[in-house]
Design a protein around this ligand. Structure first.
Ligand code: GSH
Length: 216
């Protein structure tokens, strides 16, 4: 059975699940949602995801939301990939960085992405300079932690690619447009260059750039 991925293709949280499905070569069908039309608030979608947010995975009777949980689900379909390590300590370390994403990196990046990317795309008015100024110290302190972790490591959890890289790296897909203050963080830039060179990542960037074809 084909896995269905309900996504806002241009959003980093959706990008991460699309990129992992592409990277792993998992057979899937994209179900793009049109945010401008409020498709994520339609009753049929709310029945799948009561948060009325994206992404959501549907695999037969299995319905899963929360992007980082979806990453673990997809990686567990291909255990040989090592993206969700079998070794318990290594796996917990990967999970830690996925939790850190939700607690620190996602909220820090989301303000910039909302103000500079989502608002113009959805015709919601100009960026709020005060919101960006307020979010900047939080972004810088999270970026410093991530940059420090990447020193001497190819990827976030060591020298092997894991789902933690997809969780965290997806936010960099909108780095230029979102105008994250990334200048001092050379390790993050080096790491992101290696992610964006992955064929599956590349393919997903091209998919995300397509005009949104409605799922409804
Ligand atoms: N923690 C959730 C957050 C999902 C989320 O907030 N998605 C945004 C798009 S990036 C959304 O659906 N927003 C729609 C809305 O707020 O109405 C995850 O990581 O999957």
């Amino acid at each position: 059975m084909t896995i269905e991925l309900y996504v806002f293709p241009r959003s980093p949280r959706s990008f991460k699940v699309m990129a992992l499905a592409n990277h792993l070569g998992i057979d899937h069908a994209m179900r793009p949602l049109d945010a401008a039309k409020g498709e994520h608030k339609a009753p049929a979608y709310a029945a799948l995801n009561p948060n009325m947010r994206a992404p959501t995975l549907k695999d037969g009777d299995t319905v899963l939301w929360e992007a980082n949980a979806i990453l673990q689900y997809l990686a567990s379909k291909k255990p040989e990939s090592g993206l969700l390590p079998r070794d318990e300590r290594a796996r917990i370390d990967v999970t830690r960085w996925q939790f850190w994403d939700l607690a620190h990196w996602d909220p820090a990046c989301a303000v910039f992405a909302f103000e500079h990317v989502a608002k113009p795309a959805l015709g919601m008015g100009p960026p709020d300079a005060a919101a960006i100024a307020k979010a900047t110290p939080g972004f810088e302190s999270a970026a410093k932690v991530l940059d420090g972790q990447l020193k001497g490591r190819k990827y976030v959890a060591g020298d092997a690619l894991t789902v933690a890289d997809f969780s965290l790296g997806a936010w960099l897909t909108v780095a230029d447009m979102a105008r994250y203050p990334l200048a001092p963080f050379g390790e993050i830039k080096r790491w992101y260059a290696s992610l964006s060179a992955l064929p599956g990542w590349h393919k997903t960037l091209a998919q995300a750039a397509q005009p949104v074809a409605s799922a409804a």
